[in-house]
Design a protein. Sequence first.
Length: 93
Amino acid sequence: MDFAGIGCSGGQAAQKRRYRKKILLDTFINLTFQMPLYALILALNGATFLQILTAVSSILVIVSLCGRRYGIFLSGCRRLFRVPNTLQGNAES
């Protein structure tokens, strides 16, 4: 049972679901791109496994908190450079 719509009109509930979906998607994309790249850069610069694990664990929290903000930033960059947003068909954030 979905309680997201309680106290909201149908349109508002759908809008909240879309916003939550964008947050999760932006965070997931940011994590799956940034974390392996970050770990690779650390490894190439001679970090030990424990150093990489520590750094990746701490940056995981930061990237998780910034996921949606980063997605909004990227949408702004897409609009600025007129690059189509392949996930939504437009550059709307």
